[in-house]
Design a protein around this ligand. Sequence first.
Ligand SMILES: Nc1ncnc2c1ncn2[C@@H]1O[C@H](COP(=O)(O)OP(=O)(O)OP(=O)(O)O)[C@@H](O)[C@H]1O
Length: 441
Amino acid sequence: MTQFSNTSPIFQREEVLREEYHPDNLPERTDEMEDLHMSLAPAARGVGANNVFLHGKAGQGKTAAAKAKLSELQAHAEEESDHLDLTTAYVSCESHDLSTSYKAASRIYQELTGNSRPTGYATDVVMDMMFEAMNEIGGTIIIVLDEIDTLGDDDRILYSLPRARAQDYVEDHVFPSIIGISNDLQWRDNLSPKVKSSLYDDSVLFSPYDATQLQQILRRRAAKAFRDTELTPIDEVDADGVPEGTVVEIDQSGQEYLFQSGVLTDDVIPLVAALSAQDTGDARQAIKYLRKAGELADKHGDDQVGAEHAREAQALVEREAVVEAMREMTTQAHLAFAALTALELSGDAPVRAKPIYGVYKSVASRIDADKLGQRRFKDHLRELDMQGIAEGEKVTAGSIGGPAWEYQLQVDTEIAVEVLKDTARFTDIDFEHISADRPNA
Ligand SMILES: Nc1ncnc2c1ncn2[C@@H]1O[C@H](COP(=O)(O)OP(=O)(O)OP(=O)(O)O)[C@@H](O)[C@H]1O
């Protein structure tokens, strides 16, 4: 039996690679932080911040940037306490039970007052309670609403909060504003015009990190997290006996550093960064691969983390993500996933909805599941897209009809088959051959 141990030969401070760790410095986001700074600057002058919308794909540092900038503003407010009365609150709308204006307003109330969340009232009453709490606090109030798109169509709070002063929901001495954060650009485009125009004065796009930026992010973390791993400014390195290591930049300053590690082999960070950059440039994913690679080396009793651990970590994380997404999806979306996987295996993807529907009907027949009509089936393809399992791309249609969509898997096909086969109802499906049997194949 493996014994627990309170030390690791690999990690020094493992927590630095966990989600809860907040970097106070994001050099790769200097321009975006500068834009955010401009949006918040009026708050420092005591007249309330602009409403601002941060958008971009997952893991691009939007939340980290908002939190870091607000801490700076908070520090400024503490120094200038005579002039600036600042309150900030962070609310993630993501959790399942928070996806309505009612619940978002009740969480804001809870964050602002420290009281428990009001339940059992009408939405208008909870909104009033939230604004009343703001009146009592007074001054500049900045609310971060993260994963704001999960509020869906229920946009009451998004309409009321940014217009609170104009509509006299709050008194003259209160300056509320929002920092809205979202991964879903389509959601913003679909907002009603009245919400769109009232919600955002400014918007900041966080474009995906490239492999070089991901390497910088990983090296800064690795130097803290792993044993025997250091970053030394190159001008502090003893010129006589230059030790082994890689000369790198770790921020945008142009300063070079020597990166040395007795635990990470030289190829690990470039590999992890390349794997994540190829995918979506997601820093969260890259950091997770690195942590898992370390954990795997630890588990196997190896004293170094190598490329093989990084590759094993990637497969493991991807598998976990698919299992997790499956848990969130409906049975019909599972069937759509199975059909698309079969078409990936037969080399037909990217593929339009119609052939996927053909394979879907064939899979549904085999496992004796209900078959939906084609139109409703398409909703489940969109569900796969939302879960990050597949990607749908609009393509120009032929002579008839408007734009059509083509879909392809966003996860490794082998992992998709493995996870599907682990699901009781798909165990006996022969994914290799099923697409050949589809009607109109
Ligand atoms: N430039 C950076 N430097 C250091 N760490 C970073 C940087 N960008 C992102 N991270 C880290 O990556 C992880 C994801 O970042 P964050 O949560 O800010 O992303 P996000 O864009 O808000 O994504 P999501 O929309 O999925 O929440 C966090 O652990 C964060 O600390």
